[in-house]
Design a binder for this molecule. Structure first.
Ligand SMILES: [Fe+2]
Length: 289
């Protein structure tokens, strides 16, 4: 097999256990960023850009031209740095088409006014299921893999797939399905779809929670997940999966950053407009989630 032109580099954010990626085409030097993080300290309300600056610096070092800034979904545990990265390097911001469903649900929760469009127009591109696209010479395809949220996308790029929160490493399992719009049945079917890719397909996770204190890891394969994923290895039925997910989700706390993250990420990572004193504010809906 010809050597792939694709270089993948993961950047682990210990504060939110998120992995952001640079996907770089050695041939054309075009690249994509998948799931960037804007640092946010909930105790002080301060944002900062160290995580995004590392990625920007690395793209500059590679001489990369940023073509795409991709989100696998509207994240509920970190703010996206997409607008900041776009300002620095350009690129088109893409997410799944079903973002409109997420915007409708959370637009209601945050009582967003009519200035908040629910049509996904804050993004440059909305991917349909099975839509093909390119990163330079790398062939890519968006797979709609709902369940954790209605708009989750797995980006199949070259010999790899960026699964977002569809799957975690084999020793950790799968993502929760209890956020508004989550659906464990859909997640099971989405996972089976990802696991139907060729066994050697490299899978890149959006999170790693380091079970049993091991080092962070974020790359596995379809074959490994099918053999060893603690929640969905081959042989686990849809019913077994649903039972496990329901009892587990019932015991989970909400992520620390869910309220800041969702209200920013539903706006494609844009912070709320400043009020008349020049300051920006986030809302905390009480007793809503
Ligand atoms: Fe998520």
């Amino acid at each position: 097999m010809a050597k792939s032109n694709m270089l993948v580099e993961g950047f682990f954010d210990p504060a939110t256990s998120t992995i952001s990626y640079i996907v770089f085409d050695r041939h054309s030097k075009q690249c994509a960023v998948v799931d960037s993080v804007l640092d946010f300290d909930p105790k002080s309300g301060r944002t900062s850009t160290q995580s995004a600056d590392r990625i920007i610096a690395r793209i500059r070092e590679l001489g990369g031209k940023l073509e795409w800034i991709l989100e696998t979904h509207v994240h509920a545990d970190h703010l996206s740095a997409a607008p900041y990265i776009k300002e620095q390097l350009g690129g088109k911001l893409g997410i799944g088409k079903e973002i409109t469903t997420v915007q409708t649900v959370f637009g209601r929760v945050f009582n967003a006014g009519t200035e908040f469009a629910r049509d996904g127009s804050q993004f440059d591109h909305l991917f349909a299921d099975e839509e093909a696209f390119r990163i330079g010479t790398l062939e890519a395809r968006a797979l709609h893999t709902p369940g954790h949220t209605p708009a989750c996308i797995t980006y199949r790029i070259d010999d790899a797939a960026f699964v977002g929160d569809t799957l975690f490493m084999p020793d950790y399992g799968t993502a929760r399905c209890d956020f508004p719009g989550g659906d464990a049945h859909k997640l099971y079917r989405s996972i089976r779809r990802v696991l139907a890719l060729p066994p050697e397909t490299r899978l890149f996770m959006c999170h790693d929670y380091m079970p049993a204190g091991r080092e962070p890891r974020w790359e596995t394969t379809v074959a490994e997940e099918r053999a060893r994923n603690v929640h969905v290895h081959d042989g686990i039925s849809e019913e077994q999966f649903i039972d496990m997910r329901k009892s587990r989700d019932a015991k989970l706390d909400m992520p620390v950053l869910i309220l800041p993250s969702v209200q920013v990420n539903m706006r494609a990572g844009r912070l709320p407009e400043p009020e008349n004193n020049g300051m920006r504010y986030l809302k905390i809906p009480l007793n809503a989630v």
